[in-house]
Design a protein around this ligand. Structure first.
Ligand code: ADE
Ligand code: ZN
Length: 337
C-alpha cells in the first residue's frame, strides 16, 4: 500500500479547524443567493483567485468578509455539516472545531443562532456520518479583553456544550497577556484553554500562553523551535501542537513545504498533530495536509501513525474514548503492514 493510501484510511482526529474557514466558495455563493447578501465576486473562480495571501492579515481580511453570508441557524448547520462530510471522507473520526462568535455577533447575528446552528450540524455528523465533535469558542485577539468577556458571558447558556475557549486572529501586537483575565475566568468555568501562538508571533508569545493562559493545547507553535528552553518545556509537559502545513505555506509562514518544521519538532520529541486550519482557503483538508507534508519532507509510515495517534491523545475526549480510537489505529496499522 502506498503512503498516500495508508494516510487516506488512517483513523484520525482534527484539532485545529476554524469552521468559518471551511466555507467553500460554492456554499458562499449559495448562501449569498439564499440570504440576498452581496459579495464582491462574480464567480466561484473569482473567489478562488482572490485567495493569494502574503501573510495572516491578508487572509483574515478576506475570511471575515466571506463570513458575512452566514445569517441564519440553518446556514451554520449547513456550513458545519459540509465540513463534516469532507472530514468523514478523510477518515476523521473526531473533530474539535473552532468558531469565532464575535465575527457574527458584531454583524447582529445572535449567539443562539450561531451555536444552535453549529450544534445541529454536529448532531447530524454524529448520527449520519459517525463523526464525533466538540466546540471551541475563540476570542478574536485584535479586539479587546472586555469584548472577550462579553462574548464569554453571552455564551454562558451553552457552557455545557462548549469544550473550551481559544484565541485567534491577528497575532503580532496582540500577545496572550492581553487575555489573561478572561482565560482565567474560562478556566474557572471548567473550560479547556487553547491559543494560537508562535504562528507569526515570537516564542515569547508561546511562553505567555503557557504561563499566563495555562493552555491545554498549543495551536501552531512553529516558532517555539527558536527557543531551546521553550522546546524542552513543551516536551516535558507533553504539550500537543496543532500544526497546519498548508496554512503555513499559504500564509508564508514557511517558503516551501520542504523546509517545514514538523520533522524537527518530531526529532525534538514534540507531540505534533496535522490539521487543515481553514481548508476552503488553503487548498486542502486534513488528508491533503498529511500527504503534501509527507511527500515534501519524507515522513515515514511510522511517523504518520504517531501523528494520528497524537491527534487522539491530544484531543479532549475521555481516556476511555481515546483508548478505543488508538486501538483502531493499531489494528489499521497492523492490517496495512
Ligand atoms: N483565524 C482563522 N485562521 C487563523 C489562523 N491560522 N491564525 C489566526 N487566526 C485565524
Ligand atoms: Zn487557526
Amino acid at each position: 500500500m502506498s503512503l498516500d493510501a495508508y494516510i487516506a484510511g488512517l483513523p484520525k482526529a482534527e484539532l485545529h479547524l476554524h469552521i468559518e474557514g471551511s466555507l467553500e466558495p460554492e456554499l458562499m455563493f449559495e448562501l449569498a443567493r439564499r440570504n440576498g447578501v452581496t459579495i464582491p465576486y462574480d464567480s466561484v473562480e473569482a473567489v478562488r483567485a482572490a485567495y493569494d495571501f502574503s501573510n495572516l492579515q491578508d487572509f483574515l481580511d478576506i475570511y471575515y468578509a466571506g463570513a458575512a453570508v452566514l445569517l441564519h441557524r440553518k446556514d451554520f448547520e449547513d456550513l458545519a455539516f459540509a465540513y463534516f462530510q469532507r472530514a468523514a471522507a478523510d477518515n476523521v473520526r473526531h473533530a474539535e472545531i473552532f468558531f469565532d462568535p464575535q465575527t457574527h455577533t458584531e454583524r447582529g447575528v445572535a449567539m443562539a443562532t450561531v451555536i444552535e446552528g453549529l450544534l445541529d450540524g454536529m448532531r447530524r455528523a454524529e448520527s449520519e456520518l459517525g463523526v464525533s465533535s466538540k466546540l471551541i469558542l475563540c476570542f478574536l485577539r485584535h479586539l479587546d479583553e472586555d469584548a472577550a468577556f462579553a462574548t464569554l458571558k453571552a455564551a454562558e447558556p451553552w457552557l455545557d456544550k462548549l469544550a473550551g475557549v481559544g484565541l485567534d486572529s491577528s497575532e503580532v501586537g496582540h500577545p496572550p497577556s492581553k487575555f489573561q483575565r478572561v482565560f482565567n475566568a474560562a478556566g474557572a468555568l471548567g473550560l479547556k484553554r487553547v491559543a494560537h501562538a508562535g504562528e507569526e508571533g515570537p516564542p515569547a508569545y508561546v511562553a505567555e500562553a503557557l504561563d499566563l493562559l495555562h493552555i491545554d493545547r498549543l495551536d501552531h507553535g512553529n516558532r517555539s523551535l527558536e527557543d531551546a528552553g521553550l522546546v524542552a518545556r513543551l516536551k516535558a509537559s507533553q504539550m500537543t501542537l496543532t500544526v497546519c502545513p498548508l496554512s503555513n505555506l499559504k500564509l508564508c509562514v514557511v517558503d516551501d513545504l520542504k523546509g517545514h518544521p514538523v520533522p524537527e519538532m518530531l526529532r525534538q520529541g514534540l507531540h505534533v498533530t496535522l490539521n487543515s486550519d481553514d481548508p476552503a482557503y488553503f487548498g486542502g483538508y486534513v488528508n491533503d495536509n498529511y500527504r503534501r507534508l509527507a511527500e515534501a519532507v519524507g515522513l515515514t509510515r511510522d511517523q504518520v501513525t504517531t501523528i494520528a495517534r497524537n491527534s487522539f491523545e491530544g484531543s479532549f475526549l475521555t481516556a476511555a474514548e481515546k483508548t478505543v480510537h488508538i486501538a483502531e489505529i493499531a489494528a489499521y496499522s497492523a492490517r496495512s503492514a
